[in-house]
Unconditional design. Structure first.
Length: 366
């Protein structure tokens, strides 16, 4: 390494002065800054080590001091060698305008310095931690608990736990021995006992409220009241949603609805069922016999979904639920009317409470 520095010095004497090489200046400056960092860390570590030595002396700290001195000397030597490199430039420029030897030397010095800094940082951290632990122990021993902590400890002991201290448990152990397990005569937590007392008070007021004073509703009365409130809500809902009709809740329309249903019948149904419901291609709608049921629910369902395989189409895509309700109401209203040329019975005899089977020879649905 010294030979390389000598060659650098000789070459600078024979070479004309050139412009500065910024890469070389950067490397040298970096190495100098790192030396300063090493020196600062060494001073910090020495100070901390002295403080630790006052408390306890051991070989580890002395060894650390020897390592610090050696690394500091190494860093100082590297700094003095770097000062020689900055004195001149060489014509043979290989790495960013620098001689290969100079580049490798500076890179090696910087790497060594970084390693020394990492080692010193680790030692400082370790020493500071050891010193802090000693200081914390002294602070804990010298200082007492804050007033708030004392107050909480008193509340906890009196109102929350009231447990026997661990160091005194042996004095309160009972003579009962269950396979080596002994019973400790410890008090119940106050919060649990007081909570139990509160439930007793609540139970007294509960009994008086529901069974003596009669000011409260028992579960059966609450159920009845809720059912009545539910019926009112249902009626109000139906009033607001009159158009919400299906085969499960359809009801007979009023006179105006039946008249509207007649108009719809004249528009769409007379081709198959006749002008008066006497039947034609489709079955008779005025007698007591029905293929798919004669209740309002059945008639509405038939109008809604239809039976395409029997020639009865679905009308739900053309008519609204209310219109289908009016149409079903009109069909229901013409039951029992007599008309000439009425088609014979088909399906089953439908009565409100009784259905009688009848042979059917026609497959059209109604």
């Amino acid at each position: 390494m010294l030979n390389s520095f000598n060659s650098v010095a000789q070459s600078t004497e024979n070479v004309k002065q050139e412009s500065f090489n910024y890469l070389e200046i950067l490397l040298v400056t970096t190495s100098i800054i790192l030396v300063l960092v090493i020196w600062a860390l060494s001073q910090v570590l020495v100070t901390i080590s002295k403080a630790i030595l006052k408390k306890k002396k051991n070989g580890l700290i002395l060894k650390s001091l020897m390592i610090i001195i050696m690394t500091t000397a190494l860093a100082s030597s590297a700094s003095s060698q770097n000062s020689l490199l900055i004195t001149g430039m060489k014509e043979n420029k290989n790495y960013g305008g620098m001689n290969a030897v100079d580049f490798y030397v500076l890179s090696t010095v910087i790497a060594i310095e970084i390693g020394v800094i990492l080692f010193l940082s680790l030692m400082v951290r370790r020493s500071f931690k050891e010193l802090s632990e000693e200081s914390d122990k002294e602070v804990i021993e010298k200082t007492s608990k804050p007033k708030l902590a004392k107050l909480w400890a008193a509340i906890d002991k009196k109102w929350l736990t009231r447990a026997i201290p661990i160091e005194k448990e042996a004095d309160f152990l009972l003579d009962h021995d269950y396979d080596g397990i002994r019973e400790l005569d410890n008090a119940l937590p106050p919060w649990w006992k007081y909570g139990f007392y509160v439930t007793l008070v609540i139970a007294v007021f509960y009994m008086m409220n529901f069974h003596v004073w009669g000011t409260g509703k028992n579960p059966e009365q609450e159920y009845t009241a809720e059912m009545e409130a539910g019926k009112k809500d249902e009626e109000l809902y139906k009033m607001k949603t009159k158009d919400l009709v299906d085969e499960n809740n359809v009801a007979m329309a009023d006179a105006l609805g039946i008249e509207a249903g007649k108009n719809l019948y004249m528009q769409s149904c007379i081709a198959c069922h006749g002008a008066k419901g006497e039947g034609g291609i489709g079955p008779n709608l005025t007698d007591e016999y029905w293929i798919h049921g004669g209740s309002m629910n059945n008639i509405y369902h038939t109008i809604k979904i239809g039976y395409p395989e029997k020639g009865m189409q679905s009308w739900q895509s053309m008519y609204s639920p209310v219109q289908m309700k009016n149409l079903a109401s009109y069909v229901k209203s013409i039951k029992g009317t007599k008309s000439e040329n009425a088609k014979g019975p088909q399906g089953e005899l439908y009565q409100e409470n009784e259905i009688m089977a009848v042979d059917s020879t026609v497959n059209q649905g109604k």
